[in-house]
Design a protein around this ligand. Structure first.
Ligand code: ADP
Ligand code: MG
Length: 523
Protein backbone atom coordinates (compact mmCIF):
# COMPACT_ATOMS: atom_id res chain seq x y z
CA UNK A 1 0.00 0.00 0.00
CA UNK A 2 1.44 3.40 -0.85
CA UNK A 3 2.28 5.70 2.02
CA UNK A 4 -0.55 8.12 2.86
CA UNK A 5 -0.13 11.88 2.74
CA UNK A 6 -0.28 12.15 6.53
CA UNK A 7 2.13 9.30 7.17
CA UNK A 8 4.58 10.86 4.74
CA UNK A 9 4.31 14.30 6.34
CA UNK A 10 4.81 12.83 9.84
CA UNK A 11 7.92 11.04 8.62
CA UNK A 12 9.08 14.26 6.98
CA UNK A 13 8.93 16.36 10.18
CA UNK A 14 10.04 13.31 12.28
CA UNK A 15 6.93 13.28 14.40
CA UNK A 16 7.21 10.19 16.59
CA UNK A 17 6.23 8.46 19.87
CA UNK A 18 8.34 10.88 21.93
CA UNK A 19 6.43 13.83 20.48
CA UNK A 20 3.12 12.09 21.11
CA UNK A 21 4.06 11.55 24.75
CA UNK A 22 5.15 15.19 25.14
CA UNK A 23 1.87 16.45 23.69
CA UNK A 24 -0.21 14.19 25.92
CA UNK A 25 1.79 15.36 28.94
CA UNK A 26 1.15 18.97 28.04
CA UNK A 27 -2.62 18.42 27.64
CA UNK A 28 -3.65 18.88 31.31
CA UNK A 29 -1.51 22.08 31.59
CA UNK A 30 -3.11 23.59 28.52
CA UNK A 31 -6.77 22.57 28.91
CA UNK A 32 -7.66 25.37 31.41
CA UNK A 33 -6.48 27.97 28.82
CA UNK A 34 -8.47 26.70 25.81
CA UNK A 35 -11.46 29.03 26.32
CA UNK A 36 -9.16 32.06 26.68
CA UNK A 37 -7.14 31.17 23.63
CA UNK A 38 -10.28 30.66 21.55
CA UNK A 39 -11.52 34.03 22.76
CA UNK A 40 -8.29 35.79 21.71
CA UNK A 41 -8.20 33.90 18.47
CA UNK A 42 -11.57 35.21 17.28
CA UNK A 43 -10.97 38.66 18.66
CA UNK A 44 -7.91 38.95 16.49
CA UNK A 45 -9.66 37.55 13.44
CA UNK A 46 -12.56 39.99 13.81
CA UNK A 47 -10.20 42.93 13.58
CA UNK A 48 -9.70 42.17 9.92
CA UNK A 49 -12.74 43.08 7.77
CA UNK A 50 -11.91 40.47 5.16
CA UNK A 51 -11.73 37.74 7.82
CA UNK A 52 -14.79 39.02 9.64
CA UNK A 53 -16.76 38.93 6.42
CA UNK A 54 -16.73 35.11 6.42
CA UNK A 55 -18.69 34.87 9.70
CA UNK A 56 -22.48 35.05 9.57
CA UNK A 57 -23.01 36.34 13.14
CA UNK A 58 -22.28 36.04 16.90
CA UNK A 59 -23.98 32.62 17.26
CA UNK A 60 -21.75 31.18 14.59
CA UNK A 61 -18.67 32.67 16.26
CA UNK A 62 -19.72 31.13 19.57
CA UNK A 63 -20.09 27.77 17.88
CA UNK A 64 -16.71 28.14 16.23
CA UNK A 65 -15.05 28.95 19.56
CA UNK A 66 -16.36 25.69 21.01
CA UNK A 67 -15.11 23.84 17.96
CA UNK A 68 -11.67 25.43 18.38
CA UNK A 69 -11.53 24.23 22.00
CA UNK A 70 -12.25 20.66 20.89
CA UNK A 71 -9.69 21.12 18.11
CA UNK A 72 -6.96 22.06 20.61
CA UNK A 73 -7.98 19.20 22.86
CA UNK A 74 -7.61 16.67 20.02
CA UNK A 75 -4.37 18.36 18.96
CA UNK A 76 -2.75 17.46 22.28
CA UNK A 77 -4.57 14.16 22.89
CA UNK A 78 -4.29 12.34 19.61
CA UNK A 79 -4.37 9.68 18.43
CA UNK A 80 -2.55 11.19 15.45
CA UNK A 81 -3.77 8.61 12.97
CA UNK A 82 -5.57 8.63 9.61
CA UNK A 83 -8.91 9.43 11.29
CA UNK A 84 -7.19 12.47 12.86
CA UNK A 85 -5.97 13.54 9.43
CA UNK A 86 -9.42 12.98 7.97
CA UNK A 87 -11.08 15.15 10.61
CA UNK A 88 -8.52 17.98 10.20
CA UNK A 89 -8.98 17.88 6.45
CA UNK A 90 -12.72 18.30 6.88
CA UNK A 91 -12.14 21.37 9.05
CA UNK A 92 -9.69 22.73 6.48
CA UNK A 93 -12.27 22.27 3.75
CA UNK A 94 -14.70 24.36 5.79
CA UNK A 95 -12.22 27.27 5.67
CA UNK A 96 -11.98 26.88 1.94
CA UNK A 97 -15.74 26.71 1.67
CA UNK A 98 -16.31 29.96 3.58
CA UNK A 99 -13.48 31.47 1.50
CA UNK A 100 -11.24 32.43 4.42
CA UNK A 101 -8.11 33.96 2.82
CA UNK A 102 -5.06 31.77 3.47
CA UNK A 103 -3.06 34.54 5.18
CA UNK A 104 -5.54 34.71 8.12
CA UNK A 105 -5.20 31.02 8.63
CA UNK A 106 -1.42 31.50 8.98
CA UNK A 107 -1.89 34.38 11.42
CA UNK A 108 -4.39 32.44 13.51
CA UNK A 109 -2.14 29.38 13.67
CA UNK A 110 0.69 31.59 14.85
CA UNK A 111 -1.44 32.87 17.71
CA UNK A 112 -2.22 29.31 18.83
CA UNK A 113 1.44 28.40 18.46
CA UNK A 114 2.57 31.31 20.66
CA UNK A 115 -0.07 30.62 23.31
CA UNK A 116 0.71 26.90 23.58
CA UNK A 117 4.52 27.45 23.62
CA UNK A 118 4.05 29.94 26.41
CA UNK A 119 1.99 27.35 28.34
CA UNK A 120 4.75 24.72 27.77
CA UNK A 121 7.40 27.09 29.03
CA UNK A 122 5.40 27.82 32.14
CA UNK A 123 4.55 24.11 32.69
CA UNK A 124 8.21 23.05 33.04
CA UNK A 125 10.01 25.97 34.70
CA UNK A 126 12.88 23.77 36.02
CA UNK A 127 12.86 20.89 33.51
CA UNK A 128 14.80 22.16 30.59
CA UNK A 129 14.73 18.95 28.51
CA UNK A 130 10.97 18.36 29.06
CA UNK A 131 10.36 22.01 28.05
CA UNK A 132 12.43 21.74 24.92
CA UNK A 133 10.81 18.44 23.90
CA UNK A 134 7.38 19.89 24.49
CA UNK A 135 8.08 22.99 22.36
CA UNK A 136 9.52 20.76 19.65
CA UNK A 137 6.49 18.47 19.61
CA UNK A 138 4.17 21.50 19.44
CA UNK A 139 6.15 22.92 16.56
CA UNK A 140 5.94 19.67 14.60
CA UNK A 141 2.23 19.02 15.15
CA UNK A 142 1.33 22.62 14.29
CA UNK A 143 3.42 22.42 11.13
CA UNK A 144 1.55 19.25 10.26
CA UNK A 145 -1.73 21.08 10.85
CA UNK A 146 -0.61 23.87 8.52
CA UNK A 147 0.39 21.34 5.88
CA UNK A 148 -3.05 19.72 6.07
CA UNK A 149 -4.79 23.11 5.79
CA UNK A 150 -2.64 24.14 2.82
CA UNK A 151 -3.38 20.83 1.15
CA UNK A 152 -7.13 21.53 1.39
CA UNK A 153 -6.58 24.89 -0.31
CA UNK A 154 -4.47 23.23 -3.01
CA UNK A 155 -7.14 20.56 -3.52
CA UNK A 156 -9.77 23.25 -3.96
CA UNK A 157 -7.54 25.19 -6.32
CA UNK A 158 -6.93 22.12 -8.50
CA UNK A 159 -10.65 21.37 -8.52
CA UNK A 160 -11.39 25.00 -9.63
CA UNK A 161 -8.86 24.77 -12.43
CA UNK A 162 -10.28 21.49 -13.61
CA UNK A 163 -13.77 22.92 -13.48
CA UNK A 164 -12.63 25.88 -15.56
CA UNK A 165 -10.93 23.60 -18.04
CA UNK A 166 -14.07 21.52 -18.39
CA UNK A 167 -16.11 24.67 -18.89
CA UNK A 168 -13.73 26.05 -21.47
CA UNK A 169 -13.64 22.74 -23.31
CA UNK A 170 -17.41 22.46 -23.45
CA UNK A 171 -17.62 26.10 -24.60
CA UNK A 172 -15.10 25.46 -27.35
CA UNK A 173 -16.90 22.30 -28.37
CA UNK A 174 -20.18 24.17 -28.59
CA UNK A 175 -18.63 26.98 -30.58
CA UNK A 176 -17.02 24.45 -32.92
CA UNK A 177 -20.30 22.59 -33.33
CA UNK A 178 -22.09 25.84 -34.19
CA UNK A 179 -19.51 26.90 -36.75
CA UNK A 180 -19.47 23.40 -38.22
CA UNK A 181 -23.24 23.40 -38.49
CA UNK A 182 -23.11 26.80 -40.13
CA UNK A 183 -20.58 25.69 -42.75
CA UNK A 184 -22.48 22.49 -43.35
CA UNK A 185 -25.63 24.51 -43.97
CA UNK A 186 -23.81 26.70 -46.49
CA UNK A 187 -22.31 23.72 -48.29
CA UNK A 188 -25.65 21.93 -48.31
CA UNK A 189 -27.79 24.79 -49.54
CA UNK A 190 -25.29 25.90 -52.20
CA UNK A 191 -26.40 25.60 -55.80
CA UNK A 192 -22.83 24.61 -56.64
CA UNK A 193 -21.54 21.04 -56.61
CA UNK A 194 -19.03 20.76 -53.78
CA UNK A 195 -16.75 17.76 -53.42
CA UNK A 196 -13.65 17.28 -51.31
CA UNK A 197 -11.30 14.39 -51.92
CA UNK A 198 -7.94 13.04 -50.85
CA UNK A 199 -4.69 12.86 -52.80
CA UNK A 200 -5.67 9.37 -54.05
CA UNK A 201 -8.99 10.74 -55.34
CA UNK A 202 -11.21 9.16 -52.66
CA UNK A 203 -14.20 11.35 -51.90
CA UNK A 204 -14.62 12.80 -48.38
CA UNK A 205 -17.46 15.31 -48.80
CA UNK A 206 -20.28 15.23 -51.34
CA UNK A 207 -23.00 17.88 -51.03
CA UNK A 208 -26.72 17.74 -51.80
CA UNK A 209 -26.33 19.25 -55.29
CA UNK A 210 -23.84 16.48 -56.15
CA UNK A 211 -26.42 13.90 -55.10
CA UNK A 212 -29.02 15.53 -57.34
CA UNK A 213 -26.75 15.73 -60.37
CA UNK A 214 -25.29 12.23 -60.11
CA UNK A 215 -28.37 10.53 -58.66
CA UNK A 216 -26.05 8.95 -56.08
CA UNK A 217 -26.59 9.20 -52.29
CA UNK A 218 -23.56 10.58 -50.45
CA UNK A 219 -23.02 7.37 -48.51
CA UNK A 220 -22.49 5.56 -51.80
CA UNK A 221 -20.20 8.31 -53.08
CA UNK A 222 -17.99 8.44 -49.99
CA UNK A 223 -14.63 6.79 -50.59
CA UNK A 224 -15.17 6.43 -54.33
CA UNK A 225 -12.85 8.09 -56.82
CA UNK A 226 -13.59 11.72 -57.74
CA UNK A 227 -12.60 11.33 -61.40
CA UNK A 228 -14.39 8.01 -61.71
CA UNK A 229 -17.61 9.55 -60.43
CA UNK A 230 -17.63 13.16 -61.61
CA UNK A 231 -15.52 13.30 -64.78
CA UNK A 232 -16.14 11.66 -68.16
CA UNK A 233 -13.69 8.82 -68.94
CA UNK A 234 -12.09 10.75 -71.81
CA UNK A 235 -10.86 13.50 -69.48
CA UNK A 236 -9.67 11.39 -66.52
CA UNK A 237 -6.04 11.79 -67.41
CA UNK A 238 -6.14 15.55 -67.91
CA UNK A 239 -8.07 16.15 -64.68
CA UNK A 240 -5.64 13.94 -62.74
CA UNK A 241 -2.76 15.97 -64.19
CA UNK A 242 -4.59 19.11 -63.13
CA UNK A 243 -4.88 17.81 -59.56
CA UNK A 244 -1.17 16.99 -59.37
CA UNK A 245 -0.38 20.49 -60.62
CA UNK A 246 -2.58 21.86 -57.87
CA UNK A 247 -0.88 19.71 -55.21
CA UNK A 248 2.47 20.94 -56.50
CA UNK A 249 1.27 24.47 -55.75
CA UNK A 250 0.77 25.52 -59.37
CA UNK A 251 -2.16 27.61 -60.55
CA UNK A 252 -4.76 25.66 -62.52
CA UNK A 253 -7.47 26.87 -64.88
CA UNK A 254 -11.08 25.73 -64.40
CA UNK A 255 -12.08 22.56 -66.22
CA UNK A 256 -15.42 22.09 -67.94
CA UNK A 257 -17.05 18.78 -68.74
CA UNK A 258 -20.12 16.58 -68.36
CA UNK A 259 -20.86 14.79 -65.10
CA UNK A 260 -21.93 11.21 -65.74
CA UNK A 261 -25.35 10.71 -64.21
CA UNK A 262 -27.40 7.74 -63.07
CA UNK A 263 -30.45 9.92 -62.54
CA UNK A 264 -31.10 11.46 -65.93
CA UNK A 265 -29.50 13.62 -68.61
CA UNK A 266 -25.92 14.51 -67.72
CA UNK A 267 -25.15 18.07 -66.64
CA UNK A 268 -22.31 20.18 -67.92
CA UNK A 269 -20.23 21.56 -65.05
CA UNK A 270 -17.38 24.06 -64.82
CA UNK A 271 -15.07 22.91 -62.01
CA UNK A 272 -12.79 25.18 -60.00
CA UNK A 273 -10.15 23.37 -57.96
CA UNK A 274 -8.43 24.40 -54.73
CA UNK A 275 -6.56 22.70 -51.93
CA UNK A 276 -7.81 22.85 -48.36
CA UNK A 277 -5.59 23.07 -45.29
CA UNK A 278 -5.91 19.84 -43.37
CA UNK A 279 -3.77 18.06 -40.80
CA UNK A 280 -1.62 15.43 -42.50
CA UNK A 281 -2.57 14.68 -46.07
CA UNK A 282 -3.82 17.64 -48.11
CA UNK A 283 -7.48 17.71 -49.12
CA UNK A 284 -8.57 18.85 -52.58
CA UNK A 285 -11.79 20.72 -53.12
CA UNK A 286 -13.71 20.91 -56.38
CA UNK A 287 -16.49 23.45 -56.70
CA UNK A 288 -18.64 22.92 -59.76
CA UNK A 289 -20.99 25.42 -61.36
CA UNK A 290 -23.75 23.94 -63.50
CA UNK A 291 -23.35 25.60 -66.92
CA UNK A 292 -25.64 23.25 -68.87
CA UNK A 293 -28.12 25.95 -69.88
CA UNK A 294 -25.38 28.45 -70.71
CA UNK A 295 -23.58 25.81 -72.76
CA UNK A 296 -26.71 24.70 -74.64
CA UNK A 297 -27.52 28.29 -75.42
CA UNK A 298 -24.03 28.92 -76.78
CA UNK A 299 -24.25 25.75 -78.87
CA UNK A 300 -27.67 26.70 -80.22
CA UNK A 301 -26.63 30.24 -81.07
CA UNK A 302 -23.43 29.01 -82.71
CA UNK A 303 -25.48 26.56 -84.77
CA UNK A 304 -27.92 29.32 -85.68
CA UNK A 305 -25.03 31.58 -86.66
CA UNK A 306 -23.52 28.84 -88.78
CA UNK A 307 -26.87 28.21 -90.48
CA UNK A 308 -27.31 31.89 -91.21
CA UNK A 309 -23.80 32.11 -92.63
CA UNK A 310 -24.50 29.03 -94.71
CA UNK A 311 -27.65 30.68 -96.08
CA UNK A 312 -25.73 33.82 -97.06
CA UNK A 313 -23.05 31.71 -98.63
CA UNK A 314 -25.54 29.56 -100.55
CA UNK A 315 -27.18 32.70 -101.91
CA UNK A 316 -23.77 34.02 -102.95
CA UNK A 317 -22.84 30.72 -104.50
CA UNK A 318 -26.11 30.49 -106.46
CA UNK A 319 -25.49 34.00 -107.75
CA UNK A 320 -21.93 33.17 -108.74
CA UNK A 321 -22.95 29.97 -110.47
CA UNK A 322 -25.78 31.61 -112.38
CA UNK A 323 -23.44 34.00 -114.24
CA UNK A 324 -21.11 31.44 -115.86
CA UNK A 325 -24.06 29.06 -116.40
CA UNK A 326 -26.01 31.76 -118.26
CA UNK A 327 -22.95 32.68 -120.25
CA UNK A 328 -22.30 29.02 -121.13
CA UNK A 329 -25.95 28.53 -122.01
CA UNK A 330 -25.91 31.56 -124.31
CA UNK A 331 -22.75 30.38 -126.01
CA UNK A 332 -24.22 26.90 -126.49
CA UNK A 333 -27.21 28.50 -128.36
CA UNK A 334 -24.72 30.43 -130.50
CA UNK A 335 -22.75 27.23 -131.05
CA UNK A 336 -25.93 25.42 -132.08
CA UNK A 337 -26.73 28.10 -134.64
CA UNK A 338 -23.17 28.21 -135.95
CA UNK A 339 -22.99 24.44 -136.28
CA UNK A 340 -25.98 24.71 -138.67
CA UNK A 341 -23.75 26.83 -140.88
CA UNK A 342 -20.49 25.30 -141.99
CA UNK A 343 -18.26 27.85 -140.16
CA UNK A 344 -15.84 25.84 -137.97
CA UNK A 345 -13.88 28.91 -136.80
CA UNK A 346 -16.94 30.63 -135.35
CA UNK A 347 -18.04 27.38 -133.73
CA UNK A 348 -14.62 26.87 -132.12
CA UNK A 349 -14.75 30.37 -130.67
CA UNK A 350 -18.11 29.66 -129.02
CA UNK A 351 -16.92 26.27 -127.75
CA UNK A 352 -13.85 27.92 -126.23
CA UNK A 353 -16.07 30.39 -124.39
CA UNK A 354 -18.25 27.56 -123.06
CA UNK A 355 -15.15 25.74 -121.89
CA UNK A 356 -13.79 28.85 -120.16
CA UNK A 357 -17.08 29.48 -118.34
CA UNK A 358 -17.22 25.85 -117.24
CA UNK A 359 -13.60 26.20 -116.04
CA UNK A 360 -14.67 29.17 -113.93
CA UNK A 361 -17.46 27.09 -112.47
CA UNK A 362 -15.05 24.28 -111.59
CA UNK A 363 -12.70 26.77 -109.86
CA UNK A 364 -15.60 28.26 -107.97
CA UNK A 365 -16.71 24.85 -106.70
CA UNK A 366 -13.14 23.88 -105.78
CA UNK A 367 -12.49 27.08 -103.85
CA UNK A 368 -15.88 26.95 -102.22
CA UNK A 369 -15.17 23.49 -100.92
CA UNK A 370 -11.81 24.62 -99.59
CA UNK A 371 -13.54 27.38 -97.72
CA UNK A 372 -16.65 25.61 -96.54
CA UNK A 373 -15.34 22.19 -95.50
CA UNK A 374 -13.35 22.61 -92.31
CA UNK A 375 -10.44 20.19 -92.14
CA UNK A 376 -8.36 19.25 -89.13
CA UNK A 377 -4.92 20.86 -89.13
CA UNK A 378 -1.92 18.63 -89.64
CA UNK A 379 0.69 20.56 -87.71
CA UNK A 380 4.35 19.75 -88.16
CA UNK A 381 7.59 21.59 -87.76
CA UNK A 382 8.78 22.98 -91.10
CA UNK A 383 10.74 25.85 -92.64
CA UNK A 384 8.32 28.59 -93.64
CA UNK A 385 10.85 29.99 -96.12
CA UNK A 386 11.09 26.66 -97.96
CA UNK A 387 7.28 26.47 -98.12
CA UNK A 388 7.14 30.00 -99.57
CA UNK A 389 9.81 29.14 -102.15
CA UNK A 390 7.76 26.17 -103.35
CA UNK A 391 4.68 28.36 -103.90
CA UNK A 392 6.82 30.93 -105.65
CA UNK A 393 8.20 28.37 -108.11
CA UNK A 394 4.64 27.34 -109.02
CA UNK A 395 3.47 30.90 -109.66
CA UNK A 396 6.55 32.20 -111.51
CA UNK A 397 5.24 31.30 -114.99
CA UNK A 398 1.93 33.06 -114.26
CA UNK A 399 3.77 36.17 -113.03
CA UNK A 400 6.00 36.12 -116.08
CA UNK A 401 3.14 35.93 -118.54
CA UNK A 402 1.44 38.81 -116.68
CA UNK A 403 4.66 40.83 -116.93
CA UNK A 404 5.11 40.98 -113.16
CA UNK A 405 8.50 40.70 -111.41
CA UNK A 406 8.05 38.20 -108.55
CA UNK A 407 10.82 37.78 -105.98
CA UNK A 408 11.51 36.52 -102.46
CA UNK A 409 13.95 38.54 -100.36
CA UNK A 410 16.83 36.37 -99.12
CA UNK A 411 17.10 35.35 -95.46
CA UNK A 412 17.60 32.41 -93.14
CA UNK A 413 15.20 29.58 -92.40
CA UNK A 414 12.19 30.16 -90.17
CA UNK A 415 11.16 27.01 -88.21
CA UNK A 416 7.57 26.94 -87.14
CA UNK A 417 4.75 24.51 -86.52
CA UNK A 418 2.12 24.69 -89.25
CA UNK A 419 0.09 22.68 -91.77
CA UNK A 420 2.30 22.89 -94.80
CA UNK A 421 -0.38 22.20 -97.43
CA UNK A 422 -2.76 24.79 -96.08
CA UNK A 423 -0.18 27.52 -95.52
CA UNK A 424 0.86 26.96 -99.15
CA UNK A 425 -2.75 27.68 -100.06
CA UNK A 426 -2.60 30.92 -98.04
CA UNK A 427 0.59 32.15 -99.71
CA UNK A 428 -0.73 31.06 -103.10
CA UNK A 429 -3.92 33.10 -102.73
CA UNK A 430 -2.08 36.20 -101.53
CA UNK A 431 0.60 36.10 -104.24
CA UNK A 432 -2.03 35.50 -106.87
CA UNK A 433 -4.01 38.57 -105.76
CA UNK A 434 -0.78 40.56 -105.71
CA UNK A 435 0.11 39.49 -109.29
CA UNK A 436 -3.40 40.36 -110.43
CA UNK A 437 -3.19 43.75 -108.69
CA UNK A 438 0.34 44.60 -109.86
CA UNK A 439 -0.44 43.91 -113.57
CA UNK A 440 2.05 44.57 -116.40
CA UNK A 441 5.43 46.03 -115.30
CA UNK A 442 4.46 45.62 -111.67
CA UNK A 443 6.43 44.09 -108.79
CA UNK A 444 5.56 41.56 -106.14
CA UNK A 445 7.98 41.13 -103.22
CA UNK A 446 7.87 38.44 -100.56
CA UNK A 447 9.56 38.48 -97.15
CA UNK A 448 9.78 35.67 -94.60
CA UNK A 449 10.97 36.29 -91.03
CA UNK A 450 10.27 35.92 -87.34
CA UNK A 451 9.68 38.38 -84.55
CA UNK A 452 9.71 37.00 -81.02
CA UNK A 453 7.58 33.86 -81.07
CA UNK A 454 5.71 34.82 -84.22
CA UNK A 455 6.64 33.89 -87.80
CA UNK A 456 5.72 36.27 -90.60
CA UNK A 457 5.18 36.08 -94.35
CA UNK A 458 4.69 39.36 -96.14
CA UNK A 459 3.36 39.74 -99.69
CA UNK A 460 3.76 43.25 -101.08
CA UNK A 461 2.78 44.63 -104.48
CA UNK A 462 2.90 48.03 -106.15
CA UNK A 463 -0.58 47.81 -107.65
CA UNK A 464 -3.37 50.40 -107.22
CA UNK A 465 -4.31 49.34 -103.67
CA UNK A 466 -7.44 47.93 -102.09
CA UNK A 467 -10.81 49.02 -103.51
CA UNK A 468 -12.33 51.11 -100.74
CA UNK A 469 -11.32 51.96 -97.20
CA UNK A 470 -13.59 49.38 -95.61
CA UNK A 471 -14.37 47.00 -98.46
CA UNK A 472 -15.20 43.57 -96.91
CA UNK A 473 -12.33 41.87 -98.72
CA UNK A 474 -12.26 38.88 -96.32
CA UNK A 475 -15.98 38.14 -96.73
CA UNK A 476 -16.77 35.19 -98.98
CA UNK A 477 -17.84 36.18 -102.54
CA UNK A 478 -16.61 39.75 -102.23
CA UNK A 479 -14.75 40.43 -105.46
CA UNK A 480 -14.02 43.36 -107.74
CA UNK A 481 -12.75 41.15 -110.54
CA UNK A 482 -14.93 40.09 -113.49
CA UNK A 483 -13.79 36.45 -113.24
CA UNK A 484 -13.18 36.45 -109.46
CA UNK A 485 -14.74 34.07 -106.97
CA UNK A 486 -14.24 36.34 -103.95
CA UNK A 487 -13.17 33.29 -101.94
CA UNK A 488 -9.35 33.68 -101.96
CA UNK A 489 -9.05 35.97 -98.93
CA UNK A 490 -11.89 34.22 -97.07
CA UNK A 491 -9.85 31.02 -97.34
CA UNK A 492 -6.72 32.87 -96.16
CA UNK A 493 -8.57 34.22 -93.18
CA UNK A 494 -9.95 30.86 -92.16
CA UNK A 495 -6.68 28.93 -92.44
CA UNK A 496 -4.61 31.56 -90.61
CA UNK A 497 -7.28 31.73 -87.89
CA UNK A 498 -7.17 27.94 -87.53
CA UNK A 499 -3.42 28.27 -86.89
CA UNK A 500 -4.04 30.78 -84.12
CA UNK A 501 -2.56 33.57 -86.25
CA UNK A 502 -3.84 36.74 -87.91
CA UNK A 503 -3.57 38.69 -91.15
CA UNK A 504 -2.55 42.37 -91.16
CA UNK A 505 -3.31 44.54 -94.20
CA UNK A 506 -1.77 47.85 -95.12
CA UNK A 507 -2.70 49.49 -98.38
CA UNK A 508 -2.17 52.74 -100.23
CA UNK A 509 -1.74 53.44 -103.94
CA UNK A 510 1.41 51.72 -105.29
CA UNK A 511 1.97 49.74 -102.12
CA UNK A 512 -0.28 47.06 -100.71
CA UNK A 513 1.01 44.63 -98.13
CA UNK A 514 -0.56 41.55 -96.57
CA UNK A 515 1.34 40.13 -93.56
CA UNK A 516 0.48 36.70 -92.18
CA UNK A 517 1.46 36.27 -88.50
CA UNK A 518 1.76 32.67 -87.30
CA UNK A 519 2.71 31.54 -83.80
CA UNK A 520 5.99 29.59 -83.95
CA UNK A 521 4.52 26.91 -81.70
CA UNK A 522 0.95 26.00 -80.98
CA UNK A 523 -0.04 25.95 -77.30
P1 ADP B 1 -10.88 37.43 -105.83
O1 ADP B 1 -9.42 37.45 -105.99
O2 ADP B 1 -11.51 36.23 -106.43
O3 ADP B 1 -11.54 38.70 -106.17
P2 ADP B 1 -10.21 37.51 -103.08
O4 ADP B 1 -10.92 37.08 -101.89
O5 ADP B 1 -8.89 36.89 -103.32
O6 ADP B 1 -11.16 37.24 -104.30
O7 ADP B 1 -10.04 39.03 -103.05
C1 ADP B 1 -11.15 39.84 -102.75
C2 ADP B 1 -10.94 41.25 -103.24
O8 ADP B 1 -9.94 41.92 -102.50
C3 ADP B 1 -10.41 41.34 -104.62
O9 ADP B 1 -11.45 41.25 -105.58
C4 ADP B 1 -9.79 42.73 -104.60
O10 ADP B 1 -10.76 43.73 -104.78
C5 ADP B 1 -9.24 42.84 -103.23
N1 ADP B 1 -7.81 42.56 -103.20
C6 ADP B 1 -7.24 41.42 -102.76
N2 ADP B 1 -5.90 41.51 -102.84
C7 ADP B 1 -5.60 42.73 -103.34
C8 ADP B 1 -4.38 43.41 -103.65
N3 ADP B 1 -3.16 42.87 -103.46
N4 ADP B 1 -4.47 44.68 -104.12
C9 ADP B 1 -5.66 45.26 -104.33
N5 ADP B 1 -6.85 44.66 -104.01
C10 ADP B 1 -6.82 43.40 -103.55
MG1 MG C 1 -8.06 36.08 -105.19
Amino acid sequence: MPETFFAEMKRYVRFGAEDEASLRALGPHAAPHFVRIAEEFYQQLEQHPEARAVFSGPEQVERLKRTLCTWMQVLLEGPWDEAYHELRTRIGRMHVKVALPQRYMFGAMNLIRASLIEIAQKAYPDQESARVRSVWALSKILDLELAIMLETYREAFVEKVQQLERLEKSLLERRLAISEARYEEIVESAQALIVTFHRDGSIALFNRRCEEVTGLPRDDAAGRNFCGLMIGARDHESVRALCSDLLAGRHVEPYEGSVPSEAGPSRRVRWHFTTLPSPGDPLLCAIGVDVTEEHDLALRSRRAERLAALGTMAAGLAHEIRNPLNAAHLQLKVLERRLARPDPEAAREAAALVSSELGRLALLVQEFLLFARPQPLRLQSADLRATTEEVLALLLPEAESAGVALALEPGSEVRAEFDDERIKQVIHNLVRNAIEAAGGKGHVRLRVGADGDVAQVEVEDDGPGLPGGDAPIFEPFFTTKPGGTGLGLAIVHRIVGDHGGRVAVDSRPRRTSFVVHLPLRRA
